[in-house]
Design a protein around this ligand. Structure first.
Ligand SMILES: Nc1ncnc2c1ncn2[C@@H]1O[C@H](COP(=O)(O)OP(=O)(O)OP(=O)(O)O)[C@@H](O)[C@H]1O
Length: 253
């Protein structure tokens, strides 16, 4: 049986220019002899509707780049924009709004509210923003993610793969400029992980969603359109993935 397709839906954000961009982004931890340059003048653009993987050895700055570009962490110098909004010049309150309304997050540990049902978890970002869920959009996302019959279940009553799909639905519900996924398949078995990567890729293809995924796993990166490699806080590689490769073909899924 073929799964339902995403219908094209206009993103809420402006559609011109990159979804996210950084200029000379630098993050230094510590002082004196213990100084660590976690990010060293990173300038990069992420186009809308692209699935980008960020790879690199442990300690190369992947999480720091994600946290600084998403406004979760302050930068030492340099600038970052989400759409046309420069997040590195925003105060705490404005930054909270940008994060809540224009960025979606999917973490390795799912980070669902244990006391909430799947449905409550999915609409949480909208409730926090005082917005009503668009029922049609909600129904569409849960149908495509195949979690219609899990909506009244709490996270403890779902498998890891189902919980992560709920987390993806929660990230998609606000139609954010960009979704950051940090090792999203790290806690999943390989079949659930492949399913999840397929969903992420379809949300890029069919919804025009922009996704930036931090991963150690070359197979996971194979689902992306572009792979950026970090080494010692600098971009050491940036390549477009072969569309005929694993993860992009029927056989590779
Ligand atoms: N809060 C912190 N205080 C001091 N140093 C930090 C802090 N956070 C990260 N670092 C250092 O910054 C560098 C980059 O760390 P980061 O977590 O971004 O790497 P990573 O590529 O995500 O690593 P991993 O793959 O192991 O998660 C590392 O040398 C790390 O030790």
């Amino acid at each position: 049986m073929s799964s339902p397709t995403f219908s094209p839906a206009p993103p809420s954000a402006p559609t011109s220019g990159p979804a996210l961009r950084t200029q000379d982004l630098t993050k230094v931890y510590g002082t004196g002899e213990t100084v660590i340059r976690a990010l060293d003048h990173v300038s990069v653009e992420f186009d809308r509707g692209m699935f980008t993987a960020i790879m690199g050895p442990s300690g190369s700055g992947k999480s720091t780049l994600m946290h600084c570009a998403a406004g979760l962490d302050s930068v030492t110098s340099g600038r970052a924009w989400i759409g046309n909004t420069e997040i590195t010049s925003l105060g705490d309150r404005e930054l909270t709004l940008v994060r809540r309304e224009r960025v979606g997050f999917v973490f390795q540990a799912f980070n669902l509210l244990p006391t909430g049902t799947a449905e409550e978890n999915i609409v949480l970002p909208l409730r926090l923003a005082g917005r009503k869920p668009d029922r049609e959009w909600f129904d569409h996302i849960v149908r495509v993610l195949g979690i219609q019959d899990r909506l009244s279940h709490r996270p403890g009553e779902m498998s890891g793969g189902q919980q992560q799909r709920v987390a993806v639905a929660r990230a998609l519900i606000t139609r954010p400029d960009v979704i950051f996924a940090d090792e999203p398949t790290g806690a999943l078995d390989s079949a659930s992980g492949a399913d999840l990567l397929d969903f992420l890729r379809r949300s890029v293809r069919e919804l025009g969603q922009t996704i930036i995924m931090v991963t150690h796993d070359p197979r996971a990166a194979g689902y992306a359109d572009r792979v950026i490699t970090l080494t010692d806080g600098q971009i050491s590689g940036d390549r477009i993935v072969d569309p005929a490769g694993p993860g992009h073909t029927e056989q590779g899924r």
